[in-house]
Design a protein around this ligand. Structure first.
Ligand code: NAD
Ligand code: UDP
Length: 316
């Protein structure tokens, strides 16, 4: 098949490209390199099945493809809040253009949506039937509301134009190839611990997240794309940790002497987040297989290598 991956030079996108290329597909990777980098897909440069296009999804594009994984959008709060208007444009116009492309060439379209559509959830854990608790005017809204509109557009193209769609609601995902300056919690703590600077816990660290290792997530995306279920489907690891517990785990794995420093909690930071993955288990036969400790042990050496810092695994 010929498969388009928007945001394919980013963290999740590049792991997805790896899996699709290894399966023998033709892959077109489209990216504007805002938070992604050519380095992430360097191993495929020159391969006859691989094509890299520098393009911004807020502009339309004509391509011939069978499937579209639409991931283009900055995912870290630091990056999506850098230019919030551009983040909304990417989510609204970018998704519109990719749905228009899917409609024209009759391609199947998968939207990488997010657990952020649940906002600061009043229901726990979050199942797909929950409509969410999102602030429409806060600093996270460009991303949360942008993705909610992207979901709406996806379902409207499906109802109105018969576009074959899939919607994945991705929960916090981590792993090798996240940018060193990504700004999300797992990469921040790993970089800080490796560099011997204090781990910055926002608030008192009692807020929770559920962290999914990237290979598990990519398996879920591919299964959803090739299933008959339209979605939305939660994809994430239901093992829930406080941010302070995560800091302590990374501290123990890298450098027990590094300090933990408490910083102000950003506004609208969700207090709890854990996916209910009953639907993914039922319709996709999918569940995560990599526990947090193992995922961190697979991730840390990649950061150490890129930072040029020696790393000897600690026994925990
Ligand atoms: P990322 O920032 O590493 O990747 C996003 C990619 O999209 C980057 O390569 C970036 O350069 C590209 N991009 C951004 N704006 C673009 C534009 N206008 N045109 C073309 N390319 C553009 O983030 P990620 O973690 O790999 O996330 C990928 C997708 O998954 C995003 O849509 C994100 O919202 C979604 N998601 C990720 C997580 C997570 O925990 N990683 C959670 C929920 C949802
Ligand atoms: N966080 C933190 N220290 C950091 C970065 C993030 O304590 O250096 C917290 C952040 O306030 C949030 C959680 O970790 O409560 C997850 O943040 P992230 O940016 O990774 O993703 P989010 O789920 O908030 O989009």
């Amino acid at each position: 098949m010929r498969i388009l991956v928007t945001g394919g030079a980013g963290f999740i996108g590049s792991h997805l490209v790896d899996r699709l290329m290894e399966a023998g597909h033709e892959v077109i990777c489209l990216d504007n390199y805002f938070t992604g980098t050519k380095r992430n897909v360097l191993r495929w440069m020159g391969h006859p099945n691989f094509e890299l296009i520098r393009h911004d999804v807020t502009d339309p594009i004509r391509l011939e493809v069978d499937q579209i994984y639409h991931l283009a959008c900055p995912a870290s709060p630091v990056h999506y809040q850098y230019n919030p208007v551009k983040t909304i444009k990417t989510n609204v116009m970018g998704t519109l253009h990719m749905l228009g492309l899917a409609k024209r060439v009759k391609a199947r379209f998968l939207l990488a949506s997010t657990s952020e559509v649940y906002g600061d959830p009043l229901v726990h854990p979050q199942s797909e039937s929950y409509w969410g608790n999102v602030n429409p005017i806060g600093i996270r809204s460009c991303y949360d509301e942008g993705k909610r509109v992207a979901e709406t557009l996806t379902f409207d193209y499906h109802r109105q134009n018969n576009v074959d769609v899939r919607v994945a609601r991705i929960f916090n995902t981590y792993g090798p190839k996240m940018q060193v300056n990504d700004g999300r919690v797992v990469s921040n703590f790993i970089v800080q611990a490796l560099q011997g600077t204090p781990l910055t816990v926002y608030g008192d660290g009692s807020q929770t997240r559920s962290f999914c290792y990237v290979s598990d997530l990519v398996e879920g995306l591919i299964r959803l794309m090739n299933s008959d279920y339209i979605g939305p489907v939660n994809l994430g690891n239901p093992d829930e940790y406080t941010v302070l517990e995560l800091a302590q785990k990374i501290q123990a794995l890298i450098n027990p002497r590094v300090e933990i420093q408490f910083k102000p909690l950003p506004s609208d930071d969700p207090q709890r987040r854990r996916p209910d993955i009953t639907l993914a288990r039922t319709v996709l036969g999918w569940q995560p297989t990599v526990p947090l400790l193992e995922g961190l042990q697979r991730t840390i050496p990649d950061f150490a290598e890129r930072l040029g810092v020696p790393y000897t695994p600690m026994m925990v």
